[in-house]
Design a binder for this molecule. Sequence first.
Ligand code: UDP
Length: 233
Amino acid sequence: MKEYLKKLYNKEKNKYFKLLENDLKHKHKRFIITVNPETLMLSEKDNELKEILDSKEFSFVPDGIAVIKAARKVGISISERITGIDIAEYLLKLANKNKYSIYLYGAKEEVIESLISKIKKEYNNINIVGYSNGYVENKDKVMEEILKLKPDICMVALGIPHQEKIIYKYINKFKKGIFIGVGGSFDVLSGYKKRAPKIFIKLNIEWLYRIIKEPKRLKRFWNNNIKFLFKIK
Ligand code: UDP
């Protein structure tokens, strides 16, 4: 586990964003994995996810205060959280500024459709090359389509670990592009769900807000975050 914590990007969010800006400018490829306790705990039972985390090529960011605290406990200093939704919002802004192309894959049909209309309204310079809801049976067909379209940015919102696994399966076939699994970000960006108020984010208790809003998350929280904390201890 310490090896995974060591790999996390440890500087400020703005510096990471500069790297993304540079990637897009020079058509580099990057697969971003947002690491939180769930990712780390699942990787203990899931060999494919472990293989992804073991990679030296991908870009791992600290998504979640628990991983930052855990890292600190073992002597690794990480500057701040970099969440999937922060990266998604930044990439949309950047794509709008520079007319980059984008493919969005994931979430329910009504969610993805309302996100697409929102992007068309609010970020009208973005070249949306395609989109798909996350409940189609044939995930490979969607990825084959994305391969043909060669977007500059591809966001996949299928939840951990499915989003990481499907990107991983295809990443070597792409020559350029930023790929990221963004979890529930489309639900929030589309307006279907609210992100926690700023004060929760500032105090690093966004997880608490999500549990209050969706109590069924409590079991998931226990199985991942609480068990993770015990493990680190
Ligand atoms: N999802 C999907 N296809 C599936 C299962 C989930 O597109 O087969 C979507 C779901 O609609 C949601 C996202 O994946 O938009 C996962 O959200 P969740 O809040 O669980 O992710 P988190 O942010 O907690 O990692």
